[in-house]
Write a protein that binds this ligand. Sequence first.
Ligand code: NAD
Ligand code: UDP
Length: 312
Amino acid sequence: MIRKKVLVTGGAGFVGSHLCERLLNEGNEVYCLDNFFTGQKQNVVHLLDNPYFELIRHDVTTPFFIEADEIYNLACPASPVHYQYNPIKTMKTSVMGAINMLGLAKRIHAKILQASTSEVYGNPLVHPQKEEYWGNVNPIGERSCYDEGKRAAETLFVDYHKENKVDVKIIRIFNTYGPRMHPDDGRVVSNFIVQALQNQDITVYGKGDQTRSFQFVDDLVEAMIRMMGSRDGFIGPVNTGNPHEFTILQLAQKVIELTGSKSKIIYKDLPSDDPMMRKPDITLAKKELDWSPKIELEEGLLRTIEFFKSTI
Ligand code: NAD
Ligand code: UDP
């Protein structure tokens, strides 16, 4: 067995902690780098006894040096509430973080994967979204710091590949949920479950007729590992998400049903630039990665509800 040295930025976050766990289980040495803005030590505390796991407090907006074979670049707040808290910092994290990590990858000849997002498609005019679609993105709105930061990071990844032959991989992640989301994360699945378990009102923004397609975190981690191991020269971008599409109102009703909650649904203003629909076309991931999601919404929600029952 080859023990790879793998750096995971944003490793103490929701997705990063699952990825670190999986990489360790496969026998790798994992360096988990995080500034703990939205991540927490608690997400990885169970890994600290493993001698092949190292937790490093660092901010990706400043350079970082280490020897590694692979880098997964996840550092960036992902929930609208958190990425809008300090939009300049969010943009810096995406852009300067990408430059610093790509510079490191170039210097140490590591393969590097970027956690990009379905937000690069903005409020899409094409449905479902294929990788060839360039998107419909507002450059000066509430979401721009995240959307445009992630778009610029994709540009940097592709240009480092073209100019400096860095071995890059880009995945575009669609809405992902699961255990270890922070109860105050602010994204829809965790909000609804936390509200339902406490019999509080379920806050649907707008009429709830906007759609999202929800991917369980284990399916995402599988796609990330497969993308890192994909054939030479395949850099993506490739969509990873679950193509089963639901309205936000349907999600609220499902969460109430599965938790047996007494919560009522209430309606709040729709935030500006909130995409009306989102659903991945995963043809490319099926072809290149032989990947498709395995965990459907009900099963994933039940597992996530169990997690929140034990934490709140
Ligand atoms: P998260 O907020 O739980 O994790 C992000 C992690 O990055 C946190 O641990 C945070 O502390 C860390 N971080 C933020 N800024 C940093 C900085 N400047 N330096 C070092 N660390 C920093 O969110 P997540 O859902 O786990 O998202 C992980 C990645 O996947 C993000 O890049 C996000 O944009 C991307 N993504 C996630 C989703 C999703 O639905 N979960 C969808 C699309 C893209
Ligand atoms: N949303 C909602 N209630 C909440 C949180 C979110 O109705 O308490 C809506 C939000 O307006 C959006 C969808 O759910 O239409 C998904 O929001 P989230 O923040 O999870 O992710 P994103 O908008 O980035 O896809």
